[in-house]
Design a protein around this ligand. Structure first.
Ligand code: HEM
Length: 566
């Protein structure tokens, strides 16, 4: 109507006015749409020139939806599809560089170790869950406090300290066998082995931190620590918790993630305070055991604050409680299969070759890892790089940790300084994601059977078994460089001792109705979690020699009678 009138007044043809207006409106709408697009695709760091960006990132969410639940497998697929081992993606408003191939992961972690020493902070985990007990070491940005915490943890987890933990290794691994003997009814009953191994992982770290252990697999506090820990690990995952990357979601009414974060924090505070109170009580009665928190509570030469102490204890407890049982449970799954049973027998033969009897093998497994075939499954190895801030050397556990990369995307890193990468500059502050699962299964690096569980890849001869001398990082399951896993030495010893004792005591065979899933991706029932949770399966534990196992247990019981009794 208006257009018609204006055209008449100005004596212009109506069509020209309409065309001009429509063009202007279209331009305005176009500009607005472009501005909305730019605003909704803005990231903390601008697009990095010279590093390939995965196509089809969407406004607001970026690549989050395409990544789905299983980031490691999707990124591995992108590496193969676009033929780029290093690429950039958008996690909502956060730009991240993903590294996939074995050599590139090594180059990033070792070649640029000072530049990738930092860790990113996330809204839910850092802002809500960690507000009372401080950040764990694995989630701390690189600063003086982190340096002190890492150093203190390094002392607790380093080689000299390891010797003082023999009673703990003895007691906890004997307890596994004791309960498995009792519950498997001479090999009649099929069992889920994971709960026994969860207690193993958790008790060792609780003992280190508080001098406290729980004897029953179904202890209430033990189950609470495991449940809360796993739920927190889920909230750290990008695929479970979009509000870390899409800030708008934080302001939604009745925000479920925030409420959940707060409730988990409160539950965690409750048991951490209870544990500390028990330590205080033991100190008063003079019954406390040497452990991190007692040393600090008694003020033994420490420069750490209360929050830092909580943070160290939390780091050790959360470092071990899922990774150890995750690796060991899935390893036992693979060893129980028909092909795996051959590995079990060869490992048992090798143990017998090294020791005159099983009792000796049990006792020595606490001190030294010297059976090559068992080492090929789970082993400690010195790598070329020894970290200035951590344990005394980089180590690796072999096939079990490689094949079942329980922390598939490792722990996220952040560029501490600009990183020069093949002519491109990855700016300071950019999130760096290491796809350990992809690196650990790279056919170009491990050969055509990279996707098969085969401990013998680490042996140069089978009769007798002899290890291939190694140097440098053998796989990426423990990360690498200046923020590599602080618990590698203790992890390897825990895996080794438990495996020697299990193999000496039982022949492990799978249930026909509930067999293990041994696919290196699908064995994990929660692909979005930070640490894999193996799917349930059952095994039958056929006793090898009831009398000798009983003798081994009796000796271990005598050795540990006074250890960790409250
Ligand atoms: C099979 C067992 C384990 C696996 C596969 C594992 C894996 C990892 C990985 C992938 C990282 C990140 C490394 C990186 O960013 O380069 C890490 C960090 C860490 N782990 Fe472990 N871990 C295991 C056992 C343990 C145990 C038993 C403890 C302690 C008792 C522990 C304590 C830590 C700590 C404190 C960090 C943080 C290091 C830092 O950020 O400076 N881990 N672990």
């Amino acid at each position: 109507m208006t257009l018609h009138y204006q055209a008449k007044e100005l004596n212009l043809p109506l069509g020209r006015i309409q065309d001009a207006d429509i063009k202007i409106w279209m331009a305005i709408i176009g500009m607005l749409l472009y501005a909305v697009y730019v605003l909704t695709t803005l990231t903390d760091k601008p697009k990095i020139k010279g590093i390939y960006e995965i196509p089809n990132g969407r406004p607001i969410v970026g690549h989050l939806l395409q990544l789905g639940e299983d980031h490691a497998t999707v990124c591995e697929g992108w590496w193969r599809k676009y033929k780029r081992s290093v690429f950039q993606i958008r996690l909502g408003n956060t730009r991240a560089v993903v590294v996939n191939s074995f050599d590139d992961c090594t180059r990033m972690l070792i070649g640029h170790q000072s530049a990738v020493i930092d860790r990113p902070t996330l809204y839910t985990f850092h802002g809500i869950i960690s507000s009372t007990q401080g950040f764990t070491i694995g989630s701390s940005p690189w600063d003086n406090s982190c340096k002190n915490k890492r150093k203190a943890a390094g002392q607790t987890l380093g080689r000299p300290a390891l010797k003082t933990y023999h009673p703990m290794f003895d007691l906890e691994s004997r307890t596994i066998i004791r309960d498995l003997v009792r519950d498997s009814n001479g090999g009649e009953t099929y069992l889920e082995i994971r709960p026994y191994l969860q207690r193993y992982g958790l008790n060792t770290t609780l003992t280190l931190c508080y001098g406290i252990r729980m004897d029953s697999v179904w202890d209430d506090m033990l189950r609470e620590v495991l449940e809360v820990g796993s739920a927190i690990s889920l909230l750290r995952s990008a695929s479970e918790n979009y509000q870390d990357y899409i800030p708008l979601l934080r302001y939604m009414p009745n925000n479920e993630k925030t409420q959940r974060g707060r409730s988990l924090r409160d539950r965690r505070d409750k048991y951490l305070n209870e544990l500390l109170d028990r330590v205080r009580d033991m100190i008063e009665k003079g019954t406390d055991k040497p452990c991190v928190s007692a040393a600090i509570l008694k003020d033994e030469e420490t420069k750490l604050s209360g929050v830092e102490v909580s943070s160290i204890c939390l780091s050790l407890v959360s470092g071990g409680f899922e990774t150890i049982p995750g690796t060991l449970t899935s390893c036992i799954g693979s060893l129980s299969t028909p092909e795996g049973q051959a590995f079990q027998e060869r490992a048992f033969e090798d143990i017998k070759r090294h020791y005159p009897n099983v009792e000796d093998a049990w006792a020595r497994s606490l001190e030294v890892e010297d059976v090559p075939y068992v080492n090929a499954i789970v082993k400690v190895e010195h790598a070329a790089w020894a970290g200035p801030f951590g344990t005394d050397a980089d180590t690796v556990a072999q096939e079990a940790a490689r094949y079942y990369t329980v922390s598939a995307m490792s722990l996220p890193r952040k560029a501490y300084t600009d990183i020069e990468w093949d002519g491109a500059i990855i700016p300071k502050g950019t999130m760096i994601l290491i796809n350990a699962q992809a690196a650990n299964h790279e056919v170009e690096h491990f050969g055509p059977d990279a996707g098969t569980f085969n401990p013998e890849r680490w042996l140069q001869s089978l009769s007798p078994p002899e290890e291939i001398p190694s140097s440098g990082l053998q796989h990426h399951s423990f990360g690498g460089g200046a923020r590599a896993c602080s618990g590698q030495l203790i992890a390897s010893r825990l895996l080794y001792t438990a495996l020697v004792r299990l193999i000496c005591s039982f022949k492990i065979v799978p249930s026909e109705t509930e067999p293990p899933n041994t696919d290196y991706v699908d064995y994990n029932q929660f692909k979005s979690a930070l640490v894999a949770i193996p799917r349930g399966f059952k095994v039958k534990l056929i006793p090898r020699d009831v009398d000798s196992t009983a003798r081994c247990m009796k000796q271990a019981e005598a050795r540990t009678r006074d250890a960790y009794v409250e």
